[in-house]
Design a binder for this molecule. Structure first.
Ligand SMILES: O=C(O)CCC(=O)C(=O)O
Length: 312
């Protein structure tokens, strides 16, 4: 395994060339916080988002607060598998202002900015060019919601950049070598739950560790890294790195991420985490196809198919 420092480095973009970023962070798959990338960028406050997005519709995830009081082994869904509702941005903004979004833990997760005025604003930051990231693997996605919201501990199979555009987030990270010690939901979970529950999420609360139930977590905690991502900072999250993301404060917090093809390819090819995800997706197929067939035969076919589609 590559060197894992016990803290995440911070680099000023004025001192970081694309060549050095690729050599020191992308190739070995090491996270880093980059400062100064968004020096000329607007503050993506709630008023600014309302002005730019007005009544454009976004899919909100209704996580519900009781989830975090439960033992995660009782979870029936997570990620895009939770209840979702398409809302005009202004309606969601009102839910943030009157705290309904806080009370019911309603979050705009991974909302594509394609065909919005903010797509052009995000691309103006030229993050790919400045860091030498050559292969975008997604649109720019907005992650916005109430302070206090937690995106549960999970990993992705692509490299990611998370740009903090309003407020701050706390990230708890673990390297991919700790996968077994973080008790991911077993891959077989997909046979029963399709993609509603996901094997790339962990069953542990890293900040409320239950050593009796999850004794190997003790080992993982030795590799735990924590970082506060302040407004204007960007975090590079290499594929396979576990991360739990908490929106800080009480106001709206907004970030934009983008996924990138993993370079070098060998880092993806020889990744245990990536292969267990692909196997999980394969295991989810019978459930998803059965649900698709049931949806086709039902009266509210369109709605049910759309719901399944959103889970992918
Ligand atoms: O910002 C968040 O809430 C989650 C972001 C995330 O999971 C990611 O960028 O991979």
């Amino acid at each position: 395994m590559n060197k894992v420092t016990n803290h995440i480095c911070r680099e000023e973009i004025s001192e970081l060339t694309p060549e050095r970023f690729v050599r020191e962070y992308q190739k070995p798959g090491m996270p880093v916080v980059i400062k100064g990338l968004m020096a000329d960028c607007e503050d993506w406050s709630l008023d600014y988002l309302c002005q730019e997005l007005s009544s454009q519709e976004f899919l909100s995830r209704w996580y519900g607060n009781p989830r975090y009081k439960l033992d995660k082994r009782q979870w029936q869904n997570i990620g895009s598998g939770v209840q979702t509702k398409s809302l005009p941005f202004t309606t969601y903004a009102e839910m943030l202002r009157n705290h309904t979004a806080h009370e019911q833990d309603i979050y705009l997760a991974k909302c594509s900015l394609k065909d919005t005025s903010l797509e052009e604003k995000a691309s103006r930051i030229k993050i790919g060019e400045k860091l030498g990231l050559e292969k975008p693997a997604s649109d720019f996605n907005m992650w916005a919601g109430p302070g206090g919201h937690v995106e549960a501990l999970h990993y992705d199979t692509l490299d990611g950049t998370l740009m903090q555009l309003h407020g701050a987030k706390k990230l708890v990270l673990f390297p991919s070598s700790q996968t077994a010690n973080l008790y991911p939901f077993p891959v077989s979970v997909h046979l029963r739950h399709g993609l509603k529950l996901r094997s790339w999420f962990s069953q542990v609360y890293p900040e409320k560790p239950d050593m009796q139930v999850f004794p190997k977590l003790r080992e993982a905690l030795q590799y735990k890294q924590e970082v506060i991502l302040h407004q204007g900072e960007t975090l590079f999250i290499p594929a396979g790195w576990w991360h739990e993301v908490t929106a800080l404060g009480n106001e709206m917090v907004c970030s934009v991420n983008r996924f990138w093809g993993v370079y070098p390819r060998s880092r993806a090819l020889f990744s245990y985490s990536a292969w267990r995800t692909y196997l999980g997706i394969l295991f989810a197929m019978p459930y998803m196809l059965t649900q698709g067939a049931i949806a086709l035969l039902s009266r509210d076919r369109k709605q049910r198919l759309a719901q399944l589609w959103r889970m992918l």
